[in-house]
Write a protein that binds this ligand. Structure first.
Ligand code: FRU
Length: 502
């Protein structure tokens, strides 16, 4: 009898064969894409056995969402990735309808534990799929699912919580205890983050509800993360169906939010003090963090939005990518981000222009490309009549993506509607932006169709996919009101597409 492949073996054979047929040039230069097929949320992001491990929601067989597997990649520097074999497939009764998002933690015995949401077909009220938390333990390549799965079953949920929306566990170790936060929908309080505790990551008990939306911050919350950053405690969430406030600080729809506050670990009490978007852009969701060995808190998100996934085009045999990993820090009460410093290892020859005065739309010598790290500093006090400037990128044949800083309008705008896209989606985002010490700084990281903009040293980040042809590499500047004085530093970025080690 020929051996029939398990679902995991089939996925591994398929990705090995198909990934080999995708040319490296078909991928971004350094943003991680799936070997083949579909990718969504980052999962199991951790530093284990000398490498960063990044797993992800994965359906290898098509460029649309399907029964969820976990894909896997490793890297020493968060930029040069190696594909590893698919880690989890939906192949047990506890996860027959999918291995949804989750996280990872190295165990004291040297093994790596993954905790994820197992989806059981038809097991919730009304025949809906049920979601419960499962674990798998392994050596960083092969993982054995625990026969006791689900280890956090519906029975552990307090009254009023719905097992049909109970997912995305994020685990960490604290002394001799394990904790995990997971998202769940409550009948009245809606999106909620639940805290669980365990002595061994297998036997769990419910501890408390850390926070809830109560109809003010979306409906269901997804993909929590919970960690201290200096004196601040951060609860990251991805709320769905957010209704924008009148001040427009959060855009409507599915967003990412950071709840900043204080945490009393003895009482397990989280006191929320502030709410902000994690990323104000058009394509960013479900971020997850890990602690680097040097103490940096690194965040990576799915650089896509669900709304866009319902439309074409699908130009490649892969779909979905991860954001550039970012270092988190708190400044003036805000969660801020900067690109991981490892990006400097991709820097090519520098172009530096100092004190350039721009008025009418103009290209500047040497400033051009679709794969670059470009910093622009505007001296807001140099010319009294100047109220800001406009930067066009991915420009060719009258099409472009636009960044517009207008001090009078009080903000910064990113607009990709005229870059050549045919998608009927939101294309514009506006955020407040004011000079700091007389200067407004922008850092634009471009990697073909991935654009990530860091404003004023990372107090705001806007990520967006730019649906413009790759040859559209023009960059130009124009002043608003009166000439603007700019300092620019540009580094083209070297390509380091993932290598396969299946
Ligand atoms: C977020 C999410 C998670 C879920 C996963 C399924 O994008 O909806 O809540 O675990 O995607 O793929």
């Amino acid at each position: 009898m020929p051996h029939e492949l398990t679902r995991l073996e089939a996925a591994r054979a398929y990705e090995r064969r198909e990934a080999a047929s995708i040319p490296a040039g078909d991928r971004p230069a350094f943003h991680l894409t799936p070997p083949v097929g579909w990718m969504n949320d980052p999962n199991g992001f951790c530093f284990y056995d000398g490498l960063y491990h990044l797993f992800f929601q994965y359906y290898p067989y098509d460029t649309v969402w399907g029964p969820m597997h976990w894909g896997h990649a490793t890297s020493a520097d968060l930029l040069r990735w190696t594909y590893r074999p698919c880690a989890l497939a939906p192949d047990t009764p506890a996860d027959a309808a999918g291995c949804f998002s989750g996280s990872g933690v190295p165990l004291p015995d040297g093994r790596l534990l993954l905790i994820y949401t197992g989806v059981q077909p038809g097991a919730a009220d009304g025949g809906r799929d049920a979601q419960m938390q499962c674990i798998a333990v392994g050596d960083g390549r092969d993982f054995a699912k625990d026969p006791a799965n689900p280890v956090i079953p519906a029975g552990l949920l307090p009254a009023g919580f719905d097992t049909a929306d109970f997912r995305d566990p994020k685990i960490w170790r604290e002394g001799d205890r394990y904790y995990c936060v997971a998202a769940c929908r409550h009948r009245q309080d809606q999106g909620s983050i639940l805290l669980f505790e365990s002595p061994d990551a297998r036997r769990w008990k419910f501890v408390t509800v850390l926070d809830s939306s109560r109809d003010r911050l979306g409906k269901m919350w997804e993909c929590p993360d919970f960690f201290p950053l200096g004196d601040t405690q951060v609860l990251l969430i991805s709320p769905q169906e957010v209704c924008a406030d009148p001040d427009g600080a959060l855009h409507p729809g599915d967003i990412t939010a950071a709840l900043l506050g204080r945490y009393d670990p003895a009482a397990h009490a989280f006191a929320r003090q502030a709410v902000q978007a994690v990323d104000d852009g058009l394509d960013f969701y479900a971020p997850q963090t890990t602690l680097a060995p040097d103490g940096r808190r690194i965040l990576v998100g799915w650089m896509q939005c669900w709304a866009a996934t319902r439309q074409g085009p699908r130009p490649h045999r892969w779909y979905g990518r991860m954001s550039l990993p970012r270092e988190l820090f708190v400044r003036d009460g805000r969660l801020c981000q900067r690109p991981v410093r490892e990006i400097e290892t991709l820097w090519q020859a520098e172009t530096r222009l100092t004190g350039v005065t721009v008025e009418a739309p103009a290209a500047l010598p040497g400033i051009r490309g679709r794969c670059l790290d470009l910093s622009v500093t505007a001296d807001a006090a140099a010319n009294p009549g100047c109220r800001g400037f406009v930067l066009h990128f991915a420009e060719a044949d009258g099409r472009f993506a636009e960044i517009r800083w207008d001090a009078q309008a009080g903000g910064l705008l990113v607009d990709r509607s005229r870059c050549g896209t045919r998608q009927d989606l939101p294309h514009i985002r506006r955020v407040p932006a004011a000079p700091r010490a007389g200067r407004l700084t922008l850092r634009l990281i471009l990697d073909k169709d991935c654009a990530e903009l860091f404003v004023n040293g990372g107090e705001r980040v806007l990520s967006a996919l730019i649906d413009a042809p790759e040859q559209a590499a023009g960059i130009s500047f124009a002043a608003l009101g009166a000439p603007v004085r700019l300092d620019l530093v540009q580094h083209p970025l070297a390509a380091c597409p993932p290598v396969a080690m299946f």
